[in-house]
Design a protein around this ligand. Structure first.
Ligand code: HSE
Length: 433
């Protein structure tokens, strides 16, 4: 056992950073045994030095993260600042100074993962980021290492806890979006500005990272099709229930059937109650993986929060520290397949479309013809007269068979132009069947 400690710089000491520092202190002996050398918290870079940080020696606190990385004795940096800058420059500085990096920064990895991996590889250092996707759930390492001998065809996950909490509330109580969001905010699940979560940006960043690893290709954030969940209504949940479904905000990553391309998307979708993801309640995350040899796997657990995210960071710290001692590095970026990312229009899926239509002869035929003209086959149709209708109106719900998303959206566009279609009340994809 080596007695000289590996020195760790903690960049950021918020909700996650303070838990990392706490666990490093309380579990110090176990970490030493597991790594084969002690790991010492050698400096903590923060923005607000005057804030009281229980359990952290004030002498370790600095506001100068760059100087901490440049001082010459740091082995590993843990970046839990989040956002693009200054995190990107600090990680690059770490690599320039021989320091391996553990990061929880999904936005940065999704945007600049390729450049950061290249910088790490050039310097012969590690870049680990288990905590960047789905908090405590082991996902990056299982995809990158445990399943490295298999072929992953599909990843479908709930990777945002805030939106899952909101959708679960809507499902279980019949509440509307705003009411459920208000509850999520009051309970601390949603931020004061929930845009990143409810508009799907957070999930899209995680989707880009997962797609790259799952398919050994490069998927940029801009490659991920994204729709938020702010338009999901209580009426959508009522429709979903009638179909034996619930609604989830899903990140779906697929390898095309011919294996020549991939797709990556985030949007709300109906899934059958029998699908394992349907039972993921409250703010939990889960990711369903389909692989050639392994079959179907599901990874489930807390996707956010200080201690759960710190658990993933600490796991990376142990792995990177072991690599340091072995004078080796772990797996870097694997993007050898260089598969193109197809546009959303190429995705093959099903639609649930709810229309407000005039209730008179020939309307159903007109609607059905519009689907046929776009090559979209209808699975089921349900029509209901509307007691509140102005004149004679009905609600028409059409569920399609699988078709290209471009054909489905072309159908909806054409439906909107029909005189007899008074409005398109909702459009939702149906997945997981
Ligand atoms: N805001 C995210 C969520 C957690 O609600 O899941 C951090 O990615």
């Amino acid at each position: 056992m080596r007695t000289r400690p590996l020195k760790v710089a903690l960049l950021g000491c918020g909700v996650v950073g303070s838990e990392v520092a706490r666990i490093m202190t309380t579990h110090a002996d176990d970490l030493t045994q597991r790594i084969g050398a002690p790991v010492e918290l050698a400096g903590v870079a923060v923005r607000r030095p005057s804030k009281v940080r229980e359990g952290i020696d004030p002498a370790l606190i600095t506001t100068d993260a760059t100087a901490l990385l440049k001082r010459g004795d740091i082995d590993i940096a843990i970046e839990v600042i989040g956002g693009i800058e200054p995190a990107r420059t600090l990680i690059t500085t770490a690599f320039e100074h021989g320091i391996s990096v553990v990061s929880a920064n999904k936005a940065l990895l999704a945007q600049d993962g390729a450049a950061l991996h290249a910088a790490a590889e050039q310097a012969g250092l590690d870049l680990y980021y288990e905590a960047a996707v789905a908090g405590a759930i082991p996902l990056i390492r299982p995809l990158r290492e445990s399943l490295a001998g298999d072929k992953i065809n599909r990843v479908m996950g709930i990777v945002n806890g805030t939106t899952n909490f909101i959708l679960d509330k809507m499902d279980s109580t019949g509440a509307g979006y705003q009411e459920a969001l208000d509850e999520a905010t009051a309970l601390g699940y949603a931020e004061a500005d929930p845009t990143a979560d409810v508009d799907g940006y957070d999930a899209a960043a995680k989707a880009a990272i997962l797609a790259g690893i799952a398919f050994h290709t490069r998927v940029r954030l801009d490659d991920v099709y994204r729709e938020g969940m702010t338009e999901v209504s209580a009426a959508d949940f009522a429709s979903a229930k009638r179909m034996g479904c619930t609604i989830k905000l899903l990140a779906i990553l697929e390898r095309a059937a011919d294996g020549e391309s991939v797709t990556a998307r985030v949007h709300p979708a109906m899934i059958p109650l029998s699908h394992p993801l349907a039972s993921v309640r409250e703010a939990y995350n889960a990711v369903f993986v389909e692989a050639d040899a392994a079959g179907r796997l599901m990874f489930y657990g807390p996707g956010a929060g200080g201690a759960p995210t710190a658990s993933a960071v600490l796991g990376d710290l142990v792995a990177v520290a072991r690599n340091k001692l072995a004078e080796a590095t772990g797996p870097g970026e694997s993007a050898y397949t260089q598969l193109p990312v197809s546009p959303m229009g190429d995705v093959v899926t099903r639609y649930h479309i709810s229309l407000d239509v005039a209730d008179k002869p020939g309307v159903l035929a007109q609607v059905a013809t519009t689907f046929a003209e776009h090559g979209v086959s209808i699975d089921t149709v349900r029509q209901q007269g509307r007691p509140d209708g102005v004149g004679k109106e009905a609600s028409l719900v059409v569920v399609t068979h699988r078709a290209a998303d471009a054909a489905l959206s072309g159908t909806v566009e054409a439906l909107r132009k029909l005189d007899t279609v008074r409005g398109v009340a909702s459009i939702m994809r149906v997945e997981g069947e």
